[in-house]
Each structure stands twice: as C-alpha cells, then as structure tokens.
Design a protein around this ligand. Structure first.
Ligand code: NDP
Ligand code: ZN
Length: 354
C-alpha cells in the first residue's frame, strides 16, 4: 500500500503535459521509513530529461509523474536511522534516489551506484519490493532515502547547487573517469545545461584546452566566458578537417541523434575517447566500425555519477567558486517555463524556486 500522506506538486498527467499542462495538486509519496528524510523543496533545476519523460519520449512514462531531479531543500523530518543529517540541514537530491547499497553488490561497493541493478531514479520509477512510486522535485515537498541526499556546502547558493545535482554530475563523472586534466584537450558537444557544466568542470580539472563543439557560433561569447579556448561550429560541411586528431576526450551531451558522429570521432587522437551522455529519443546514428578500428577510438556511455563524485563535485565547486549559469523562476510559473525550455531558451539552466 502506498502512503496516505499528501504532498503537493506539479503533476504531468499524460504526454501533453510537456506543452505546459502540469497540474498543481496532491500526490502520495513513498511510505516513510527509518532511512528516509522529508524535505521542504526550495529549488529545482529543469533538465532535458524532464521533457523527455513528460512526453513519454523514452517509452511510456508512469503517469501521474512529478518530474525534477535537481532538488535542493531543507530537512523537515528524518527517520531514526538517519544520523548524518539534522532537521533544518540544506541538502540536494539528484536523479538517482536509491540503490541496494548492500555489502555484496559489486557496483555499490565500487563507487558505481548508478549501475546497481536496484537503482531507483528520482521520478518515473518505483522502489523495488514495494508499491511506492518515486516523485521528483517540481513540488513543495519531497521524500527520499537519506543515503542519496547530499549536504550542500555553505558557500554554494541553492540556485547554483541545484543544477549540479544532475546536469553537473553527469559531466563531472565522465570527465574525471576519462582523464580530463593537465596535458589533455577536451571537447564538449552541445552547450546546454549539461554542456556548460562540461566546459566549467573540464577547465576546473586542469585540462590544457577545452573547446565547445556546438552546431553554430551563436554561443561563442558565452563559452569563452566559461573558460573555453574557442567554439567549433558543426553546421558547415567539412568543419572537422581542421581538427583531425586533436582531442583526447569528447563528452557529448547532444540531445538529438541527428548528429555528425563520424566527424566527432574523426577529431579524436588515436586512443581517444568519445563519451555520450545525452539521451536522444531516436536511435544512435548509423556508424561504421572503420573509425573505431583504424583509430583505436573508444565509444562510451555514462550515467550520472557516484555518491562520492557528487560530494567531491559540490565541495570542489564551493571551494573554487564554480558557478552554474542559471535563470530562476517561481515554481508557480513552471508551465510557462516549460515552453521556454522546449524552445531552447535556457541560458543555460532554468531553476524553479518556491
Ligand atoms: P539541453 O537542451 O540543455 O542541451 C542539449 C544541447 O544539445 C543543446 O543545447 C544543443 O547544443 C545540443 N544539440 C541539440 N540538438 C543537437 C543535434 N542535432 N546535434 C548535436 N547537438 C545537438 O539539454 P540537457 O543538457 O539538459 O540534457 C542533454 C541530454 O542529456 C538530454 O538528452 C538528457 O536527457 C540527457 N541526460 C543524460 C544524463 C545521463 O546520466 N547520461 C543525465 C541528465 C541528462 P548546441 O546548441 O550547442 O549545439
Ligand atoms: Zn537530469
């Protein structure tokens, strides 16, 4: 049985909700356990995954759905096993809110919780062995296992921290795991919410040169301000010729499969890595094995990041003053903001505030 507790949120009732038709009403959160916390949500960033889910772009979503997985709030209730937090603490919750965390789970014991077979996403998912549905952060309150909540360092404002909980960690993790740092040339494909963090974090990790790989030059001034060496516009045929064998690592946040994948691979050095984190609704473009084989290129995917990486990212950001580029709106205006987001207006993350 789900709980009879009532929280208030902005619910997507069907695929048309993505057009700005969320309904503010009550929902029943998971049953409260000794391991859970309740939070009063103050901020929630808007990720492209929210749109994919609202429109059932990745397959039929579990309506009614409360999307939003870049959540910041303060703890209002905690279960008796929760010793790491106090009531009133400011915490963040990202796109994963649970995994098994058992001693015999290889993934959970090796900093790889996103790949645990019992992973629970923060919305559009269910908690294994229960009737409980996971609900996200376009809401006034949230209830989550405390083990996937993270204390926000004092130096990090909530609207800056919110989009790091998914957008930030999704690029921080593959950049770190694939060697971004001194001596490396790194490219970031797609300068949206995730992509702008890609530039900021690749630079913060000490990469020699970081380039934005965008469809046009329109975002040039912004990417330079984010620390990029320059912008590479891929709209013109033949663009890749000047960049052959220049990159050690490319992280792609492209949100559409209509992308020049062979050209991206051709600008990697032999042994270079291309990590796709964007999740288009369409299948991956046709690919020839030639470039992979003859250039020893690695084609990889990556999901979110581990709990230790989230903590490290938040602490590094607070210590070094890394700032997300955000535009804030009252959560009450979420339906209008959804339309702006669909139109690609975010520069570079919309954050909803209660
Ligand atoms: P945004 O909409 O903010 O940014 C996506 C960017 O993709 C755009 O700004 C654009 O950049 C680029 N893009 C769009 N169409 C194309 C195309 N045809 N070819 C190449 N690039 C294109 O989205 P987010 O950053 O919020 O999310 C990006 C993707 O990552 C989504 O699919 C999302 O679901 C996924 N995601 C994956 C996660 C994971 O764990 N792997 C976690 C979170 C999100 P430009 O204008 O510069 O070309
Ligand atoms: Zn996300």
């Amino acid at each position: 049985m789900p709980s009879t507790d009532e929280f208030t949120g902005w619910l997507g009732l069907d695929a048309k909700s993505v057009e700005g038709n969320l309904v503010k009403t009550t929902f029943n959160p998971k049953v409260f356990t000794d391991d859970d916390i309740d939070i009063k949500i103050s901020h929630c960033g808007m990720c492209a995954s929210d749109l994919h889910t609202l429109r059932s772009g990745w397959g039929a979503s579990l309506y009614p759905v409360v999307v939003g997985h870049e959540i910041i709030g303060t703890i209002t209730r905690k279960g008796k096993n929760v010793t790491q937090f106090e009531i009133g603490d400011r915490v963040g919750v990202g796109a994963q809110c649970a995994s098994c965390l058992k001693d015999d789970c290889y993934e959970c014991t090796h900093d790889n919780e996103p790949y645990c077979t019992e992973r629970v996403f923060t919305y559009n998912d269910t908690f294994p062995g229960t009737d409980d549905v996971a609900y996200g952060g376009y809401a006034l309150q949230g209830r989550y296992p405390a083990s996937f909540a993270f204390k926000i360092p004092d130096g990090l404002p909530s609207e800056i921290a919110a989009p790091m909980m998914c957008g930030g960690i999704t690029v921080y993790s593959p950049l770190k795991r694939n060697g971004a740092g001194p001596g490396k040339t790194v490219g970031i494909v797609g300068i949206g919410g995730l992509g702008h963090f890609g530039l900021l974090f690749a630079k913060a990790l000490g990469s020699d040169k970081v380039y934005a790989i965008s469809r046009s030059n329109a975002k040039e001034a912004d990417v330079l301000a984010m620390g990029a060496e320059g912008i590479i516009a891929t709209k013109e045929p033949g663009w890749a010729k000047d960049w052959t064998r220049k990159f050690d690592l490319i992280v792609s946040t492209a949100n559409n499969a209509d992308m020049p994948l062979h050209d991206y691979l051709s600008i990697l050095k032999p042994g270079g890595r291309f990590v796709q984190v964007g999740l288009p609704e369409e299948p991956i473009p046709q690919i020839q094995f030639g470039p992979l084989v003859t250039m020893n290129v690695h084609l990889l995917g990556s999901l979110l990041g581990s709990r230790s990486e989230i903590t490290e990212m938040l602490e590094t950001s607070a210590a070094t003053g890394i700032k997300s580029w955000v535009q804030t709106y009252p959560m009450e205006e979420v339906n209008e903001v959804l339309k702006l987001m669909e139109a690609g207006e975010a520069k570079y993350r919309f954050v909803l505030c209660n």
